[in-house]
Design a protein around this ligand. Structure first.
Ligand SMILES: [Zn+2]
Length: 228
């Protein structure tokens, strides 16, 4: 408990309060990855790094204290790199979770980026969401207003579900028993929601809070026939 989050003065100046809060809330999660060596972060401390092009793009990352010290690293062309990355199927490492609600469509899929990214003018997560035909949503999970998207379909793949879009595949791993129950409730349609701060990797996700407080995107997508 209580891994020390090391934040240099220049990082502190640029870091939005919401992102700081999220870092503090998730710093002890076992699956934080070092952006330098890509190994899991263990040990008593982690460094907060900001990569920025000093214009539109900012990327917040963590590193081992032995790999890189906290600081602001100016990275020209970061905006272009993020844009290009957001369009790729593996552009964001996503935490995923299946859920069910009372309202129809009942079946839910949540996606939360594992890397904290935040643009100053434009949000790379928004680009990701728009590529899937998702639109901004707000409110409680039972009564959010939703549109339908045909930008992707949900298909059964080995080990779970796949969101199959023209630009690639997002995989949603699931246990077979959970999947059977989920598919039974889906009846051919599911709500897909993308947001930060859902807490999908934590024992108690904070989905309601995230939908109320953070930019969130969602839509209803078809679950391809032959998968139930
Ligand atoms: Zn490292």
């Amino acid at each position: 408990m209580g891994r020390d989050l090391r934040i240099s003065a220049d990082v502190a100046q640029l870091l939005p309060a919401g992102v700081l809060g999220q870092l503090q809330a998730t710093i002890d999660d076992p699956d934080n990855v070092c952006c330098v060596c890509e190994e899991l972060i263990s040990g008593p401390s982690a460094e907060v790094l900001i990569f920025t092009d000093r214009k539109a793009a900012t990327l917040v990352k963590l590193a081992h204290s032995g790999c890189m010290r906290s600081g602001v690293r100016v990275t020209p062309r970061l905006r272009e790199a993020i844009d290009a990355h957001a369009q790729e199927s593996d552009g964001f490492a996503m935490a995923t979770k299946l859920g069910l609600r009372v309202s129809e469509p009942r079946a839910l899929i949540f996606l939360e980026p594992e890397v904290l990214t935040g643009g100053i003018d434009e949000d790379p997560l928004q680009l990701y969401s728009e590529a899937l035909g998702l639109v901004p949503i707000a409110g409680s999970i039972e009564d959010i207003e939703l549109v339908a998207t045909d930008q992707f379909s949900i298909e059964l793949i080995e080990g779970g579900l796949g969101l199959c879009a023209a630009h690639g595949l997002e995989t949603v791993p699931a246990e077979a028993s959970d999947l059977t129950k989920w598919l039974g409730a889906a009846e051919g349609r599911a709500v897909v929601i993308v947001a930060r701060g859902l807490g999908l990797r934590r024992p108690r996700p904070t989905i309601g809070e995230a939908l109320a407080l953070r930019p969130s995107w969602g839509a209803i997508a078809e679950v391809a026939s032959g998968t139930s």
